[in-house]
Write a protein that binds this ligand. Structure first.
Ligand code: MRU
Length: 378
């Protein structure tokens, strides 16, 4: 019998082969194709084409990716001085070029730049400040990328614990897009309360929006929840009002790609429609966000850059034949921003933020800083 999809790593590193290993999510649910990414172009394409997708998973893939590229750069003769030693400044120039290139693959999920900036910081600290040899800098990058993945698992589990406190056994939960295990290293964000509840016998009834145009809800969320034995029902995006009006949904949990400082949250296109419908029917709407997804430098949702993707995703992709007239005008934004007043709470690994979000998200930031200081002392 084949492996269950939940037994695969969403993103991994192959040290021997020096490559980033991912499940090609564009082929799911039909085929589980594990692919290896060796070059900057392959990593960039995999992120752009959504072979690896979901904000936290993109961050982990970028961290492993920049490590793989850094290791290759460190082995190039062109960075070596007359004594055969790596010159940090030449190494760093090339590292930065690759970092900027990977960072250009998708604009909305802040975890991409967050992970790459974190890798750059440790690189500069070790190489420029502490004057460590290039090989050691590369080893430090290796450890940092692994730490980003390990943290992602812990963070998602903690979000799950906080989220689980917001619902009760037997509840109906609606989710949009895929903020599941396939979007993270384990548990997912929006699905973490569902998986933890499943382990503890909560018997949730989950509704998964199919999520046009790329069908992450149908192809990925319904797939992984079903494979885990969760009671999941697939609905089209235009059915959320019906299931909420019927009283079948007690809470909505969604992931997000970037939370602005005022609590406006960008997530997969259609999320804000679900939030508006949830408000109409009095269903609490929860955004699950690791603190790596909070962008305190972006004051409101208006400043979040929304990725626009090719028209073919709407007219042709997933269909046997084009489903729209040739040459039709198409608007295909990949994300939308849910206004903070439609959000009941933002669930992070440092607790639950509620309105007024500017203050409560600042409180989350303080808790994170305290946690860091404590961690450094121990
Ligand atoms: O375009 P995608 O598939 O990367 O969009 C993914 C989402 O919108 C997710 O909800 C978000 O990244 C959170 S994943 C934990």
């Amino acid at each position: 019998m084949g492996k269950n999809i939940m037994e695969y790593e969403t993103v991994d590193l192959d040290d021997e082969d020096l490559s980033v290993v991912i499940i090609d999510q564009t082929k799911l649910p039909g085929t589980v194709d594990i692919i290896k990414l060796h070059t900057a172009r392959e990593i960039w394409d995999a992120i752009y084409l959504l072979k690896v997708r979901g904000a936290p998973a993109i961050g982990v893939a970028a961290a492993f990716g920049i490590y793989v590229l850094a290791k290759r750069i460190s082995e190039e003769d062109s960075i070596k001085n007359a004594d055969g030693q790596g010159d940090f400044e030449i190494f760093y120039r090339k590292f930065k070029e690759q970092k900027d290139y990977l960072n250009s693959s998708r604009p909305t999920a802040v975890n991409l730049s967050w992970a790459l900036n974190r890798m750059e910081e440790v690189c500069l600290k070790a190489g420029r400040e502490e004057k460590k040899p290039v090989e050691e800098v590369v080893e430090i990058l290796h450890r940092e990328a692994a730490a980003i993945k390990e943290e992602d698992i812990r963070v998602c589990k903690t979000i799950g614990e906080f989220g689980l406190g917001l619902v009760k056994p037997g509840d109906g939960i609606l989710t949009h897009c895929n903020a599941g295990q396939l979007a993270t290293s384990k548990y997912g964000t929006a699905t973490a309360p569902i998986y933890l509840g499943q382990e503890r016998g909560y018997h949730f009834r989950v509704f998964a929006d199919e999520t046009r145009p790329l069908l992450q809800g149908a192809r990925l969320t319904a797939y992984e929840l079903h494979a885990s034995g969760v009671d999941v029902t697939l609905i089209c995006d235009n059915m959320s009002a019906t299931v909420m009006k019927n009283g079948w949904v007690n809470a909505v949990f969604v992931g997000c790609d970037r939370v602005a400082a005022n609590g406006d949250a960008a997530n997969k296109i259609g999320t804000s429609v679900v939030a508006a419908v949830a408000k109409r029917y009095g269903v609490p709407f929860y955004v699950c966000a690791p603190t790596s997804t909070i962008d305190y430098d972006t004051p409101t949702g208006d400043e979040i850059k929304i990725e626009e993707r090719p028209a073919e995703e709407v007219t042709k992709m997933w269909y046997k034949e084009p489903m729209a007239p040739e040459g039709i005008k198409v608007f295909n934004p990949a994300f939308d921003v849910t206004d903070n007043e439609l959000i009941t709470a933002i669930v992070t690994e440092y607790g639950i933020a509620r309105a007024p979000f500017k203050e409560s998200l600042e409180e989350i930031r303080r808790k994170k800083e305290e946690g860091r200081k404590k961690g450094r002392k121990e």
